[in-house]
Each structure stands twice: as structure tokens, then as C-alpha cells.
Design a protein around this ligand. Structure first.
Ligand code: GLY
Length: 424
């Protein structure tokens, strides 16, 4: 098979890394890719948003399967365009991708289908939103309706913080159109986890549960980011809880989205809070999580291409079971100075080979580029240092040993990814 992966971040590096291991695959392309991906696949300089050129490339190169990494091309309808051209693609159509591109659409859908989710109200004007806040309990969650690259959610622990978030979005328009409609959502306490599930619009096959760390600083301090680290599995999620999550959240969401026109063929990501009243869906995404993919795929024993192919062929029911490696995986993200507000990029990166040569360690590239033959930072999240181990503690120790080998000016990372005492 000739496979094209779209995107150029850490998630796409992990996808390419796993796809390239399949004996069914003769060639992997990635558009646009990054220097890490270039060691495994042929990178083609087509931006992930250029759907016409991607379509032409897939046709000209007789691509058998295209796998979409990021949400933006899905939101722009890449899956519909490819399917209309009779090209095989992993990813939902534009209508179904609204589960991620509009938080208000997602909340309405979940409410109508009786899917457990925190209650919320929608606002487009600042005055009624502030009035609503005055009568709301704190903490409270403020969410931009549209895509915001991890910056669209504020968990406000004071009324002032909540008011600032509302005014920033609705009055100051800090996120532009993405934040011109907001939701004010009930805060629910509990253990948060990410569950990614493969689906062909009918069968739903969940992958191992994982956890990501959204805040920039240790002990969940500072602003939200795209994700500063992750681990898998979340062992407190037993098979009974996974069945509940599947039956109460994933399957009804897939059924609802498939009823919009075409079957949902791709990956549904649910951000879930395990509350004292059971699992509640905080958000859904229409693609693999980042950096969750970087810990879930290294634990996958089954050939990923068999799974992706079964999704696209609408034959996911032919897969009776997904096999997993024993043990755990931990990923520590190395970010640029100034991230998430203003990443300071263009810094030379040292030590990536030394880190990657350690046993059970893989360094996934995200915001990197080659400049004057030097590996250089090119984005907020630069690298994801992943290690596997016989248990979470061993994986964590190996990941941090590898982190020690890498340096670039301004580099920041969290020290508490899978810290001792965390409930896995
Ligand atoms: N790690 C969160 C996300 O991928 O949306």
C-alpha cells in the first residue's frame, strides 16, 4: 500500500512511525511532514490546508490510503472531496467534523441524544453573558465555540477570571471569529482522560485510555496549551468503565453524526471526566489527539494499517480485538520559550540523536525545521520525548533521562508528567 499522511506535527510523526512498521506498506508520504518524519517517509511540500494539491498528489501517486492528522483540513471538507473523487481517506466529512469545530453544535447534539455532558448556555453578547455569570457558581468553564488550538477553554476559579475570559472573547475578540460565540459551562470535578475510538460509522472500537497535561506549568498551573505531555494506559479505566464510555458516549455520538449524511469514518476523540455520577463528555474531537497519539500508538501491537483500512472499507466489525503491548508509555513535550503566548523560535536543537538512541525511547518531532543543515525550533511545541517501560514509573524515568540529553535556548517542559502518586 502507498499511504499519505497529512500534517506535520508530533501526532503525524507518531502516525507515520507506526504506519511505516506495517508489512503491508511499500511507501509512506507525508504532507508537509517535518525533519523527524523525513527519516521515515518522503515529505512533500504541500501544506495540510491545500486540498486541491493534496487531491492531485494522491491521484498522481496512486495513493491507496490517506490519513488526515489535523482538524483544519477535516473542517474544510477534505474527506468529502477525496471520497467524491473515489480516493480512500481516513477522516470524517465536514458535517461530522463539526463535533470538533463547533462546541455549541457538539453540546446540542449530546443534549438531544441524552449523552452525559456538563450543562451549558450559549452567548454571543457580553451583557447577558456577564449577567448569567453573576448568578453562576464558581468555578465555571468558558469555551469559545470555534477552533482555537487549545486556547479556547478557560477554567475560571474566580468571578473576575470568568468575567475577563468572557470579555476577552466577546468584546476584545482575542480569538476572532472562533470566539464570537461562547459557552458558559458547568464545572465538573473528577479524573480527566482521553478516549480515542476508531469507527466506520457503525462499529466503535476504543483504543487504550490516556491522559494529557494541558497546562504549561507543573501542578496544572498557567495557561492551557496544545498539550505538554501524556501517558497511557489509564489503568483505573477498567473494561466495565470502558464499556460505559463506549455505550453512553462514543456509540451514540457516532450514531448521531452518521445520521447527518455519511457514515463517520475515522477517529472520534472524547475528552471525558470521570465524575461521582459516571463519565461525562467534556469535548469531542474529529481526529487523533496530540500528544495522546504519541503514547497510545507505541503500545499498539495490532497493525495500525489493518485498523485504518478496516475503517475506510466500512468493515471494522471484521476486527474482533485490538492487541496491546504490556506496560506503559510516557511522553514529555519540549516547548519553545514564550509558549503558548509567543513562542520564541529559530533556536538550534541539540541532543536529539543521543536521546533517541536510548533503549525504548522515541523522539517525535513537532515544531522543528532544518536551517543551514541544523535542526532548529519552528513552533511552540518542538519535540515529544516518548519512552515505553514495564510500568508507568519506568517509562517516566526513561523519558526524563532522554529529556536531559536535549537542549535548546529557552526550552521548557513539565517535570510532573506521570508524577509519583498520580492515580493512573
Ligand atoms: N490533547 C488534546 C487534543 O488533542 O485536542
Amino acid at each position: 500500500m502507498r499511504v499519505l499522511v497529512i500534517g506535520g506535527g508530533g501526532r503525524e510523526h507518531a502516525l507515520v512511525w507506526k504506519i511505516a512498521q506495517s508489512p503491508r506498506v511499500t511507501k509512506v508520504f507525508c504532507a508537509p511532514g517535518n525533519p523527524g518524519i523525513a527519516t521515515l517517509a518522503e515529505c512533500v511540500p504541500i501544506p495540510a490546508g491545500n486540498i486541491p494539491d493534496l487531491l492531485t498528489f494522491a491521484r498522481d501517486q496512486s495513493i491507496d490510503l490517506t490519513v488526515v492528522g489535523p482538524e483544519a483540513p477535516l473542517a474544510d471538507g477534505i474527506a468529502d472531496t477525496f471520497r467524491q473523487a473515489r480516493l480512500r481517506i481516513f477522516g470524517p466529512g465536514q458535517m461530522a467534523a463539526r463535533i470538533e469545530t463547533s462546541k455549541v453544535f457538539a453540546k446540542d447534539l449530546m443534549r438531544r441524544r441524552g449523552i452525559p455532558t456538563p450543562s451549558a448556555e450559549t452567548f454571543t453578547d457580553v451583557t447577558p453573558a456577564l449577567e448569567y455569570l453573576r448568578n453562576h457558581t464558581i468555578p465555571v468553564v468558558i469555551k469559545a465555540d470555534g477552533l482555537a488550538q487549545g486556547k479556547g477553554v478557560v477554567v475560571a476559579t474566580t468571578l473576575d477570571e470568568a468575567k475577563t475570559a468572557v470579555t476577552d472573547l466577546l468584546e476584545q475578540k482575542v480569538l476572532g471569529e472562533s470566539g464570537s460565540t461562547i459557552m458558559i459551562e458547568e464545572f465538573v470535578a473528577g479524573d480527566e482522560l482521553s478516549v480515542m475510538a476508531l469507527t466506520d460509522g457503525n462499529t466503535v472500537l476504543p483504543l487504550l485510555a490516556s491522559r494529557d497535561y494541558k497546562r504549561i506549568f507543573d501542578h496544572d498551573q498557567g495557561p492551557n496549551t496544545g498539550g505538554m505531555g501524556s501517558f497511557a494506559p489509564v489503568t483505573s479505566v477498567d473494561s466495565i468503565m470502558m464499556e460505559r464510555i463506549t455505550n453512553e458516549i462514543l456509540q451514540p455520538t457516532v450514531d448521531a453524526l452518521s445520521s447527518l449524511g455519511s457514515p463517520y469514518r475515522g477517529l472520534l476523540y472524547a475528552g471525558i471526566m470521570l465524575t461521582s455520577n459516571g463519565p461525562k463528555a467534556l469535548e469531542c474531537n474529529a481526529r487523533f489527539g496530540d500528544p495522546e497519539t504519541q503514547v497510545v500508538l507505541p503500545l499498539l501491537k495490532t497493525d495500525l494499517v489493518d485498523l485504518l483500512d478496516a475503517v475506510v472499507a466500512h468493515q471494522l466489525d471484521s476486527i474482533s480485538e485490538i492487541e496491546w503491548h504490556e506496560g506503559a508509555a510516557v511522553c514529555v513535550v519540549l516547548a519553545s520559550g514564550g509558549y503558548p503566548a509567543r513562542p520564541d523560535i529559530g533556536k538550534n536543537i541539540h541532543g536529539v540523536s543521543e536521546a533517541g538512541n536510548l533503549d525504548d525511547v522515541t523522539v517525535f518531532h513537532a515544531g522543528t525545521t532544518m536551517s543551514d543543515e541544523e535542526l532548529t525550533t519552528a513552533g511552540g511545541r518542538v519535540l515529544g520525548v516518548m519512552a515505553r517501560g514495564s510500568d508507568h514509573g519506568t517509562a517516566r524515568a526513561k523519558a526524563y533521562e532522554a529529556v536531559e540529553k536535549i537542549s535548546f535556548e529557552g526550552m521548557q517542559h513539565r517535570n510532573d508528567i506521570y508524577h509519583e502518586g498520580v492515580k493512573p
